[in-house]
Design a protein around this ligand. Structure first.
Ligand code: MG
Length: 195
């Protein structure tokens, strides 16, 4: 019998950190959105596992490399841990349909709204004896592709208005988030922890 776990899947840019309009390559370009670290700490304290799900096509475009990306993610976890939170793993999709890449092209199905990264996370928990409880697991993001990825994965979608906050794009695509939050803190404190 596997342990059932609740997982908070988080988009990164525009949800946790300010979207700077290009790829974050260095820790000094990574700026937390206000109280995002508190939100992660609260979720962890409430028993959630936290996973990052992020499209990072700057890899296929040659704008950054994986060493830089891993360093940014290590820094993000340092910031979370200062508040008592943490994420278990950051899954990133390196590929982009417009930038053919000999290695990354086999990862094309991972690009959100594709569900490859979420499926991989669920599978990796399974190999560690944990079963993701989809009824208690959420996906928070600032774009329609995040809401679509959540729906396609069977996760409960929450849209944040920081970053792109694509409420109109969601409406056009008939994607209905469970909740539209001011920011990640409101998503966790004002909605997810009240479920
Ligand atoms: Mg985003």
């Amino acid at each position: 019998m596997r342990e059932k776990i609740a997982v908070l899947f988080l988009d990164r840019d525009g949800t946790i950190n300010h979207d700077i309009g290009t790829y974050v390559r260095h820790r000094d370009e990574f700026r937390l959105i206000e109280r995002a670290d508190d939100a992660v700490a609260m979720a962890v304290a409430a028993g959630f596992h936290v996973i990052i799900i992020t499209n990072q096509a700057g890899l296929a475009k040659g704008i950054m490399d994986e060493v830089q990306l891993d360093e940014v993610h290590a820094y993000m976890n340092e910031l979370f841990m200062k508040k008592g939170g943490r994420f278990d793993k950051a899954y990133y999709c390196p590929s982009h349909p417009d930038y053919p890449h000999p290695v990354y092209d086999r990862f094309l199905n991972c690009r959100k709204p594709g569900t490859g990264m979420v499926e991989r996370a669920i599978e990796e928990y399974r190999t560690k004896g944990m079963e993701v409880d989809m009824q208690r697991s959420f996906f928070v993001g600032d774009k329609a592709v995040d809401i679509e990825c959540a729906r396609n994965s069977g996760l409960r979608p929450v849209l944040v208005r920081t970053g792109y906050g694509e409420e109109e794009a969601c409406r056009r695509k008939h994607l209905v988030p469970e909740y539209v939050a001011r920011d990640l803190y409101d998503a966790v404190h004002g909605y997810i922890l009240k479920q």
